[in-house]
Design a binder for this molecule. Structure first.
Ligand code: THU
Length: 136
């Protein structure tokens, strides 16, 4: 699947956005190594804190369905610019899809292919907690 095709799916997912508080719609499409695609959108809440980002909706849906191997993740927002993942989503990405291409897009013609190392340098990763695990 091309980057453009994955972005088109993220744009479709964006149509499902539940964002009455911010008015900012976001869509994400996550391509697994097995070819399956999981979509996500942002889901807001009147309590604000319970809101979820599009990227995490897509990633958690894929994980919930047993996926572990990921190829690339496309993200689009509803501003007139390229959409980049928020800090919390970057932290989730570095743990669950550290080697995937992160396609930050405005539309099918305007996008940047990034990797998580550049989006989240010097990240806190599972390796950092290895030394603090209790002995069995
Ligand atoms: N949002 C995302 O879905 N992904 C991001 O990476 C940035 C922010 C959502 C959360 C909230 O529903 C709205 O955009 C405004 O912050």
């Amino acid at each position: 699947m091309t980057n453009q095709e994955l972005i088109a799916l993220a744009i479709k997912a964006k149509q499902n956005s539940y964002s009455p508080y911010s008015g900012y719609k976001v869509g994400a499409a996550l391509l697994c190594k097995n070819g399956k695609v999981y979509l996500g959108t942002n889901v807001e809440n009147c309590g604000y804190s319970p809101s979820n980002c599009a990227e995490r909706s897509a990633i958690f849906s894929a994980i919930s369905n047993g996926e572990r191997e990921f190829e690339k993740l496309a993200i689009v927002g509803s501003s007139n610019d390229i959409a980049y993942p928020c800090g919390i989503c970057r932290q989730v990405i570095v743990e669950l899809l550290p080697n995937a291409d992160i396609i930050c897009a405005k539309d099918e013609n305007t996008f940047k292919v990034c990797n998580i190392a550049e989006l989240l340098p010097n990240a806190f990763t599972p390796a950092d907690t290895d030394t603090v695990k209790p002995r069995q």
